[in-house]
Every structure is written in C-alpha cells, then in structure tokens.
Design a protein around this ligand. Structure first.
Ligand code: NDP
Ligand code: 2IT
Length: 444
C-alpha cells in the first residue's frame, strides 16, 4: 500500500466518527501523492503521520449563567495543529454543530491555507458548541469571558492567535480580548479582527470576501474574462458573503441570490446589499425579511434549492458541505463556469469531482478564502510594529497576496501535471513550505 493510503487508513482508524476530519484529510492527502513520491525521505521521517496529528488539542468546560440565573455548560476547543512556519493562527467558531471533528478539519485546512498566504503563520482552530443566536449581549459577554478564562493560558501573540469565524464577529472578539487583557495585563495582538480603536486593522472585516473576489478576478483575467455582467450566487449572508457581494457588485457582477440557515432569497434584478446589511448587520434578523421589503424578490425556505438558480459563478460562503453532488450536477447543467469557495470545505468530495471533471474553474477554500487570515497576519504585523496602515495600504497588500496565491497554485498544478486543477495546486503549494519547515526542524 502506498504511503499516503497507509496514513489515511490509519487516520480513519485512530480517529473514528470524525467524518469532517476524514473528508478534509482525504482531499489533502490524495492530492499530495505526487509530492510524496518525489520525496521518499518524508516517509522515513513519518512526516505525514506528524502532519495529520495536531501538536496539541485543548478541550475544556465553559460554564456561564444566563439572564434568568440558569447555569449552562458548553464545550470549548482549541486545536493547535501545526506551528512549523509560525505561531498557530485560525478562527474560533461558535455554533451548536461544533465538535472535535469540525475543529480538526478546519485546523488541518488552516495549516495549508496559512502557508499559501506566504506569511509566517501556523495552523490552528477553536470554538464552542455555544449558540450565540437569541442571546442577550450580557449573555454573550458572560460566555466569552468564561471561554477566555480557560483559553488565555494556551494562547499568546507569539504562540497562538485566534480570530473570528461563524458566530464570532467584532462583538465576541471585543469581549474575548477584554478578558484576556484583564487576566494577563497585556495589550498585545493576541486576537485578530479587533476593533479599530483597540489595535484592529482596517480592511480585516472586508478581507475574506474581498479576497475571494480578487482571486476570482485573477482566474477570470487569466482566461481573458472579467466579472462584468456575470450572474453570481453567494450563499450565506454573514461576514464573508456580505463583503464578497459588495466587491463583486463594485466590479460589475450581478449577485442574484443569498441565504441564511432558514432559506434563500432570489432577486432577479440583483441583490440590494444595503438592505441585506440592514437586516443582517443592524437588525440581526432573517434574510427572509428581504423578500418582504423588496418587490420582485422571492423567498424559498429550502437552502439547497439556491443552487438550482442558473449562474455563471457560484460562491458558497456559509458552511461545510453546502454543495453536494446533486447540487453540483445541477449547477453544471445550468452552465456554471466558476466555483470559488468562501466558506471552508463547502463542497463535498463528490461535488468537487463533478466540477473538475466538467471543466469548471474550481477555486478551493484554502486558496480562495485565505484573504481573511492573510489580513489577520497583517493585523499582527501592525500590532507588533506599533503601526497603523490605511485601508488602501492593507487592501493593496491583500490584493497582491490573492494574486500571488492564484499564480502559485496555478504554477504548482502545472508543474505536477495537473494544469487547471487548483485542488491539486493549492494542496501541493501549501504543503511544500510546511514540509520543508518540518524536515528542517527535526523530529518534533
Ligand atoms: P458568519 O457567522 O458571519 O455567517 C455565517 C453565515 O452562514 C450566516 O448567514 C449563517 O446563517 C450561514 N450558515 C451557517 N451555518 C449554516 C447552515 N448549516 N446552513 C445554511 N446557512 C448556514 O460567518 P462567516 O461569514 O465569518 O463564515 C462563513 C464561512 O466562511 C465559514 O465556513 C467560515 O469558516 C468561512 N471563513 C470565514 C472567514 C472569516 O474571516 N470570517 C475566513 C475564511 C473562511 P444563520 O445566520 O442563519 O446561521
Ligand atoms: O477560516 C479562516 O481562515 C478564518 N476563520 C479566519 C482566521 C483568522 O485567523 O483570521
């Protein structure tokens, strides 16, 4: 049996019932075969076995009291996956679906994503099964303070730097940072996505969505095309989706549909983003509201049906496995030309096969959504340098980073004989740097 197959088989055996982790590992390890074949010394150094095993997993209890005085207990996680090229870096997700498998798949992906940014950041991820929906500000604060009261001892500006993800935005980062500072008595860049008044970076909020559009623009440009007049579907209506929509529209694309977990809205005239922002960012209400406010817009409670709307470009920006094989086939049948993943692992392995085998330009998450964490690394640089860059400076750096990522994954795919296959390109280009760093540092 080949080395990668052995490692994958063992991973599944040693980590049973972790479906999402198996899925991410399968995609990554399968792509790495051509690199591994060129480097027999990797097997002798058990490099892959070490690569798929987190350096450290922290699991903890998060007790907190709600507004009625009732005590709740949630699970807290931080997976410090790989620090070969820099301090652990990656978001925190607060969502009731969170479990160890989900945090591990996100952490594994993050290692390669962070490597692709070209910046010195290792891979980590964390979160909780806490559901921020319907909670008061005080309850959110109580939860965040309790979460940080354990997490603080495991993180640090040069050790592990968490940030946001699903359910963790500016408000949560603020409460988490306040508690860290209070315990440690240190005002340092230990979290990114901070508010601008206390060490955050301009353009971090927009970065994942903008970056997604910048890399898509590059892929279009390389084919003599542009976003102008393209029909786009963006799933989700959170941080990534909103700013992807904003940048896509500013470049002339027509975004016709978006969703939240309760259903999607279709607006054939093009989504009015100010109304979405009002509903989601100001009121914290449901996207369904959009259809009530905009004439000609329709609401459908079945999220998956969003992929039956014909489009040129599909951008899943909500969560894992939102596009399955059947949805991918419908998208292809309806003429989709590009799929760019804003969310992490939004396409199943079967869906990816459908896209690639049908010649769809498929930009995988670890490349396409790397703009968020890249800008987090720019926030870290500003924090440690005691500097503050303008929006334009940060945005220009983000654009360069996304262009470089596109060129690097394109080049790696070609070099290894898989031209146009960016799953291969992204995994290989991301892995090479991490593998070199791990080999140089000995058996650790
Ligand atoms: P937000 O919490 O801001 O928004 C999440 C959005 O996805 C909401 O519209 C939410 O709807 C929807 N959603 C979540 N779960 C489901 C589900 N099961 N079915 C349908 N819709 C769902 O998160 P972000 O925008 O920050 O994150 C979105 C994705 O992008 C995630 O996969 C995240 O890992 C990834 N990502 C985020 C980065 C960042 O910088 N924030 C960076 C790189 C990747 P509802 O409100 O109804 O739950
Ligand atoms: O998935 C991701 O890359 C993020 N949620 C952002 C991580 C970060 O550290 O900014």
């Amino acid at each position: 049996m080949k080395y990668v197959e052995k490692v994958l088989k063992n991973l599944k055996k040693q980590n049973p019932r972790e479906a999402e982790f198996h899925q991410a590992a399968t995609e990554i390890l399968t792509s790495l075969s051509p690199v591994i074949e060129k480097h027999p010394e990797y097997e002798a150094a058990a490099l892959l076995e070490r690569f798929v095993e987190p350096e450290r997993v922290v699991m903890f209890r998060v007790p907190w009291v709600d507004d009625k005085g009732k005590v709740h207990v949630n699970k807290g996680y931080r997976v410090q996956f790989n620090s070969a090229i820099g301090p652990y870096k990656g978001g925190l997700r607060f969502h009731p679906s969170v479990n160890l498998s989900i945090i591990k798949f996100l952490g594994l992906e993050q290692i390669l994503k962070n490597s692709l940014t070209g910046l010195p950041i290792g891979g980590g991820k964390g979160g909780s099964d806490f559901d921020p929906k319907g909670k008061s500000d005080r309850e959110i604060m109580a939860f965040c303070q309790s979460f940080m009261t354990e997490l603080y001892r495991h993180i640090g500006a040069d050790t592990d730097v968490p940030a946001g993800d699903i359910g963790v935005g500016a408000r949560e980062i603020g409460y988490l940072f306040g508690q860290y500072k209070r315990i440690r008595n240190e005002h340092v860049g230990v979290l990114t996505g901070r508010g601008i008044s206390y060490g955050g970076s301009l353009a971090r909020k927009e970065a994942t969505g903008y970056g997604l559009i910048y890399i898509t623009e590059q892929a279009l440009k390389a084919r003599g095309d542009s976003l102008k007049n393209k029909t786009v579907i963006i799933s989700g209506s959170g941080n990534v989706a909103i700013y992807a929509c904003e940048k896509a529209q500013s470049l002339g694309a027509k975004v016709v549909a978006m969703y939240d977990s309760k259903g999607y809205v279709y607006d054939p005239d093009g989504i009015k983003l100010d109304i979405v922002k009002q509903i989601k960012e100001v009121e914290g209400a449901r996207i369904k509201e959009y259809a009530a406010r905009v004439s000609g817009a329709e609401f459908n409670p079945d999220c998956r049906k969003i992929w039956t709307i014909p489009c040129d470009i599909a951008m899943p920006c909500a969560t894992q496995n939102e596009i399955d094989e059947q949805s991918a086939e419908i998208l292809v049948k309806n003429g989709v030309k590009y799929v760019a993943e804003g969310a992490n692992m939004p396409s199943t392995l079967e869906a990816i096969n459908v896209f690639i085998s049908n010649g769809v330009v498929f930009l995988p998450a670890k490349a396409a959504n790397a703009g968020g964490v890249a800008t987090s690394a720019l926030e870290m640089a500003q924090s440690s340098g005691r500097m503050f860059w303008s929006f334009e400076e940060v945005d220009a750096k983000l654009k360069t980073i996304m262009t470089d990522i596109y060129n690097n994954i394109d080049k790696a795919a070609k070099e290894y004989g898989f031209e146009g296959n960016y799953v291969m390109g992204a995994n290989i280009a991301g892995f090479i740097k991490v593998a070199e760093a791990m080999m140089a540092q000995g058996i650790v």
